[in-house]
Structure formats: structure tokens, C-alpha cells
Design a protein around this ligand. Sequence first.
Ligand code: XIL
Length: 392
Amino acid sequence: MKKHNALLASSLLLAAIAFGCTEAQPAATEEAAQEQAATAPASLKDAFEQDFHVGAALNGYQASGKDAKATAIITRQFNTISPENLLKWGSVHPQPGEYTFGPADEYVALGEKHNMFVVGHTLVWHNQTPNWVFEDGKGKPASKEALLQRMEDHINTVAGRYKGRVDGWDVVNEALNDDGTLRESKWHSIIGEEYLEKAFRLAHKAAPDAELYYNDYNLWKPAKRDGAIRLVQHLQRQGVQVDGIGMQGHWGLEHPSIGQIEESILAFSKLGKVMITELDIDVLPNPSNRNGADIDATFDFDEKYNVYTNGLPDSVQQQLARRYADIFALFHKHRDKISRVTFWGVTDANSWLNDWPIQGRTSHPLLFDRNYNPKPAFEAVLNSVSTNSPAQ
Ligand code: XIL
């Protein structure tokens, strides 16, 4: 507790120093802060350089490089990037035979320019995939053969275009229900369970050098964890390349527990790489006990769930910093198992949590605030490195 408070007291100043924008501060604090700043790693990618990649999901504007303030954060802080939406089926392949690669090309070029680990997200998902994919010309369900053919064309064209340039693909996203059974998506109902194997085999053929992942939310839940293990093990036993599991980190201030996350990290590490792929901590109240990240599970706007429109109260700011410190302490402890940690967004201003599960709220889930300034949580994450035991 004491450690956390001291850490938080100096965090804003430290962050300001790290960002080269120091202002007059009380001498004692400043001295202490400067002393620490001299030894503390000033960026996330440097802090965890020996451990795992650290990254963020970029929107189209950020990927284009037109948001200069975002670019400064991205290039300074991160050594891996993910595409928030611009490589999803609906973005790159909106109509049959029509591909729009402009934003995706910019995204990949940005990653290459800065020597980053470039992630592709995602090839096969039930969301943000246009209806035509699953239909015949008359609005009836497509045949199995037609859907398999579309999947093949899509993966060949998209993964093939970035062969040797996208370093890892979320091949299949969210194929599981929370109880660990296979989701009854249109992929599943039309093709059957083999769609999973097909997707991974096609991705490997199209991009032989890329790492291939299974990615999902709520993977800390024991039943879903077991489902993911069954799914990946089944594929691997058939000789299908699955290099790792991405745990979306859409978590709350109190849940899941560190122990629950840890159990999944340990279990998944037996199958391959473990990645925390979509990290953000929701600080806003919600109308239900929701967890996870089902993008279809939404609620109507109600002011009573939009409680921090004028910024985070200090107590919550500190709670968020502590939560991030605890989470990164866990990641650092298991740095031999974790290959990447990616935030789902760069700053609070663009977080998808401003519009999900309720539209039009002011959310505060990331390490950088709406003005692109580092929050106390940023410093807490940097400090989690030095306050840690050896990898286990
Ligand atoms: C979200 C994006 O952040 C939003 O901009 C979009 O409107 C919906 O999708 N799980 C995933 C991500 O795998 O692709 C989702 O991203 C969040 C949940």
C-alpha cells in the first residue's frame, strides 16, 4: 500500500519528465523524481524490452500518421501494433470481389517503418463480417462449398498480400461460448467444426512465416479456458499450426482476479505463446454484471452510467494505477511465457469503451488520457518492472 502511494504521488511529475515537459515543482519532490527518472526506463517498450512486446491497437487515422500526437506516443512507447478495425473482413473486403486495402497498407507500412511487430486482426470472425459472406445471392444461407471458397479467397488475398510483412495473425476470433462450447456462428453452422482447421491451414499457406493465433475474450473463465485448450490442442494434434493464444484483456477494476488470469497464462503456455491482446480496464459502472467483450451486448444510454465526464476522481485514478501495476507485475512474473501485451487503443479519447457497451460515454481505460498525457497508471506500469520477482 505504502509503495503504491509513494509511486502515485510522484507519478504525474515523473511522467512529465519522461515526456520532456517538466514544470516548476516543489524542490523535494522534483529532486526525488529526477533521481528516479534518471534510472527509470522512460518508455513501455524499453521497460519490457527483455520481456515481451508492448503495443496498441490503432485506428485508421492513427495508422495513417495524420494524428501527430498519437504517432509520437505510438513510436515512443510501442514496438508492436494491432489494427483496431482496418483489417477486419468488413473493412478490407466489403463486397464480393472488392477489396479496399488503403488503410491496411498504411498500417503495415507504419509498422515496418518503425521496425514493429505487426499484428493482423482478424481473418475469421462472426462480427464485422458482411452478411453477403454467409448468404447466396437470394438472402438464403450460403452453401458449405461457397462459404469455404469465400474463406479461401479472403485469406489468400488478405494474408497473402501481407505475406512476410504481417508478423502474426489472429486467424480465428471468438469461436467459443463462455461455457467453452463452440459458438454457433454462421461459420460453424454452415461449414461445421472443420472451419477452424481450414482457416488455420489456409492462413499458413498464404503467409507461411507468420505466427498464427486463436484469440478470444473471457479466457480467464475456467470453462472457457478449458474450451480454448481443447480447441487449440485438437488443431495441433492434427498437425495444424497454432502458435499461441491471445487473451483479450477487456477487464474491470476488480475482476477478473490476478489468480484467474494467472491460471490461464500458465495453462495456455503449455500450448504455445501467450499474448494479452486487447488490454483495457473499464472504470465505468454498468447496467449488468457484464464481463467479456461481446460487441453485440449493448445497452441504452443513461447518464447514471456516465459518471466521469469531467475526468477521473483521484481515488479512481489511483485504483486504476494499482490495478495496472498488479496486472503488469503478473505479466512480468510470467515474462518467459508471454510474448506480447497490446492495449486496445492509444489514448482514452479513442477507446472503443466510449461507445461500448453504451454509446456516447466518457471512458478512461488506458494509460494515456484524452489529452494524450500519461496517467498515473502509466508510471505504475513502468514501475511494476522494478518491483518484481524473477520469472516463474
Ligand atoms: C472493436 C473495436 O474496437 C470497435 O471500434 C468496433 O466498433 C467493434 O470492435 N473484441 C475484438 C475486437 O476482437 O476486434 C473488438 O474491437 C473488441 C472486442
